[in-house]
Every structure is written in structure tokens, then in C-alpha cells.
Design a protein around this ligand. Sequence first.
Ligand SMILES: Cc1cc2nc3c(=O)[nH]c(=O)nc-3n(C[C@H](O)[C@H](O)[C@H](O)COP(=O)(O)O)c2cc1C
Length: 375
Amino acid sequence: MRTRKQGTAMSAESLFTPFTIKSLSLPNRIVMAPMTRSFSPGGIPTDDVAAYYRRRAEGGVGLIFTEGTAIERPAAKSNDAHPDFFGHGLTGWSKVFEAVHSAGGRIAPQLWHVGSVHPEEKDGNDPNEPIDSPSGIRAPEGAFGQPMTEEMIQDTIDAFAASARHAQKIGADAINIHAAHGYLIDQFFWALTNRRDDRWGGEDIGSRSRFAAEVIRAIRSAVGPDLPIIIRLSQWKQQDYTVRLATTPTEMHAWLEPMADAGIDMFDCSQRRFWEPEFEGSDLNFAGWVKKISGLPTITVGSVGLDAEFLSFFTDRKMAPAPVDELVRRLERGDFDLVAVGRALLGDPHWAEKIREGRASELLAFDRSVMRTLT
Ligand SMILES: Cc1cc2nc3c(=O)[nH]c(=O)nc-3n(C[C@H](O)[C@H](O)[C@H](O)COP(=O)(O)O)c2cc1C
């Protein structure tokens, strides 16, 4: 936990400089991090969900990533109130996108498949339908379901592409692919959950990146060359926060290269504390190393604007606002291009404009009671 005093000694001006990538032009560097809210019964975002995202656009967020939203595969989500990005879900998302755009904002859906992360045996999903996972493993417990067949893998890749095409049709400003936190794509990256000996698995992290790369290729061919495609990666897994997929810059290169070759435009680098160095001998964080190695733009995230990291979310502790000086120092040094903000924006839709206007004393503390409603 940081102990620095609250305040915005350093100017936050650089957070409010424009940024352009392909067809996406942003007025500032602040991104709303994807955050699951479970307020979309039957998979359809309601008018309240639209108003919730609209408030963040009105509050000056440059780009909004939606919460994870399911692609059209059996058991792609683990809760009926998680939104779908297909079928009737699209009606709700159209309203959300319209609401954000009419407030002058920009929005990108986070396309999600949970893989074998199911808290209960199927969580209301059809028990006759298979659960997708690379090797039929649910970490850390072990065997769960069947390994995906070649046909299931292809259908899943097609489902990601179909959702991306729908997104483009209803006006998405970019696509975010959820490949982090131990969900399906991450289960392919992770040696513990990917034991395949065909082309979708392998000893080295580069071979286990093939599934992600093929998802990117399929999305690219569905949406054309101009819509930015962003992928969210993390070293940590919700099943084990100590896991690191890439323990050296060389391994990180092997991990990223297939995705870069497949045409990814930007990496969204999920970390719990943005100031933590990724490898010894440098203070560069995860987003800093990914940018250095790939040469592509990156997004950082992790406890921006708060004095405690996101696992405190599961406690009753109140999280106080924290200064953004260190973040700004790294942004100005060119370590990353955009900054995603999670809990600080959940608690305070006006966080971005308060930072811009130097209204530090008006920043709100965060506690998890905000999760009960869509404030
Ligand atoms: C309530 C909640 C829901 C989240 N849901 C998602 C999600 O759907 N997809 C995702 O990639 N990350 C998700 N995250 C992680 C956040 O995007 C973010 O990376 C994390 O909260 C760290 O940022 P923060 O410290 O600014 O909150 C979630 C976090 C929270 C607190």
C-alpha cells in the first residue's frame, strides 16, 4: 500500500493530451477499465446500464471499455446477468453505445469467454452443452469438462469474430479482447491449463499464443484494417496471483510476437499496481516492457488514483484517493500511451474531470458498497 500524501503536486496535463490510433481519436489518455457489473438480466444491458456508461462519458473519460461481454458459445459466461454480445444482447448494447456517443464519448466492448472458470458446475448454463477449455482443466482443482476439439476451437474463434463484426455495425470505436485473468484465452497461454500437444499447445509460450493470434486474425478479417483491435493481457491469474507467463524479456517477446504478427494494434496490460517493476534491473512496469518489446502502444492499469490495490476490493476497507504524480511521470517518459482506471471510476463518474481541473479535495473514496447499484 502506498503512503504518499494526497494531492496533485505535479500537473496532470499530459493525461489530457489527445491520442490517435487508426480510426480512433481520443481527447485524453484516460480509459475506463472493463468492469463486470452483472446488471444485464438475460444477457441484455438495461437502460440503467446505458445511463451508467453515459455518466462516465459525461465525466470526461476518453475511452470506455465495457465490462466483459460474452461471445456466442455455450457457457461463455458464468452468470445470467452478464451481458451477451450477440442476439438480444445487441439491442441493449446499441442503446449503450448511442448513449455514450451522444455524450461525446467513445466505447469499445470487451469480448469475453470465461473458459473453465465456472464457480459452480454450470451456473445455469445448459448442462448438455460442453465447457470450452484447452485441456479440460479447471485450475487449481484439476479435471473439469473435456478438452476442446478442433471444431470447437474454430467455432470459438468464429464467435469472437462475429461479435466484433456486430460491434462494428453498432458503432464500436475499437474492440477489446479479454485474454487476461485466467479466462479462456489466458487458459491457452498458461502451461498449467494448456497441456495440448497439437498446434494449439506446446512447451513454449509462443506456441500457446497461437489461439490468441488466430482470434486476432479472425477479428481483423471481420472488421477490416481501420478499427483498432486491443488485447488485454495479464501475468497474474485469478486462480493464482503469483503466476507469471513471461519471466524474462525473451519469454515476453515470444508471447507477444504471434499477436503482433496477427495485427494487434495495442496491448492493454493488466497489473494490480502500476508502479511495480516487471523485471529486475529496470523500473519499467508491465505496460512499459510490452511497449518496449513489441514497439506497439500500450495501456497501463492498476490502482490508479487509489491507495490500495484491487484485492482490497474484497474487504470492507475504504480506499482513499491517491495522487497521480508517479503515473504522470511514467506517461511523460513514454512508458505507455493510455491509462485505464477501474475502481476510482466506479466510485466517482467525475474522476477524470476532477483530475483535469485539479479538484483533488473533491475526489471520492471508494468502498465496495458502490457495487450494489449502477451509480
Ligand atoms: C468489480 C470489478 C469487475 C472487474 N471486471 C473485469 C472485467 O470484466 N474484465 C477485465 O478485464 N477486468 C475486470 N476487472 C479488473 C479491472 O479492469 C482493473 O484491471 C482492476 O480493477 C485494476 O484497476 P483499479 O485498481 O483501477 O481498480 C474488474 C475489476 C473490478 C473491481
